[in-house]
Design a protein around this ligand. Sequence first.
Ligand SMILES: [Zn+2]
Ligand SMILES: [Zn+2]
Length: 377
Amino acid sequence: MAKQDYYAILGVERGASAEEMKKAYRKLAMQYHPDRNPGDAKSEAKFKELNEAYDVLKDDQKRSAYDRYGHAAFENGGPGAGGGAGGFGFEGGLGDIFEQMFGGGRRGGGERVQAGADIRAQVEIDLEEAFTGVKTNVRVSTRMTCDACTGTGSSDKNAGADTCGTCGGAGRVRAQQGFFLVERTCPTCGGSGRVVRNPCRVCAGAGTVPREKTLSVQIPAGVEDGTRIRLSGEGEAGPKGAPPGDLYVHVSVSTHGIFQRDGANIFCRVPLRMTQAALGGEVEVPAIDGTAAKVKIPAGTQTGDQFRLRGKGFSVLRSTQRGDMYIQVAVETPQNLTRRQRELLEEFEAESKSHKTGSPEHEGFFAKVKEFFEGRS
Ligand SMILES: [Zn+2]
Ligand SMILES: [Zn+2]
């Protein structure tokens, strides 16, 4: 049998205040305390369960993690496992703060309802996948409509709902925050203004239960690092039939071993042998689409010279256009010379002393050095 909901164990509503939970806990703890029920295994189990539930719910961080992830939050690898609520818990906490500050929630049909929370997922793809676009699966922890009560939050199909005592049915409460009087969604009824009389035991009246789900996401071709894709209505189910939140998929693109991207353009640094650069020639370079392209290198090419391959860049998002690829040349000084290579280069060097082979910039430098020393003497 599935583990029972902590709120249900305490017999309180999901939005119950710390004070309400304390009261409920005390009452039940007295009832099931082993001293009062000597030898009663059932009571002992109940007492243990009660303590476990209260231990989580009395701690704001643990409670927030539990609200988001359910029991999974405290299982191995869960965001709440091993003490602190971790990064996820913090994010949830922030969301709650915004929720409180701005009220959140979409309103529908004139009644104030709090929509399901938005959730966030992270997807990492490589540069080639970003080029072609890719269909990928994301697994998210979310809340889905409770099957037991079909989302009504009530254990009794005929039981009605009472006006919420906390907000008097308004769905919003006011609270002093520093100098400001802020209005926020009522924590007891979640903004609906009504509370169910007999809360569902599975979801404690929330109408939703924590679940994991896997969604297929189409990442479009040309996507950039840091892009956020919104999947409308794929967030958490809304409490008591309210509209669902959205899922935001954050796409990060890993760095590539050959290509660097800048918008629609791609840069590729290609090492060139000194002699190739001096004599000129042709080099074959890869392109992001998996093809190979030939680049003509003119004689006398220098490090940093750039050659453009039109239309070999990235596809532009939602367009058939493509950017360009730039080949950036780096001329390499040869190392580990053979005896023959050394002879040839020595011969080459002897010839170079009587014939200027440097670039104009190079020659310009030595002219400036000459001026520099002449100016000092
Ligand atoms: Zn339920
Ligand atoms: Zn209320």
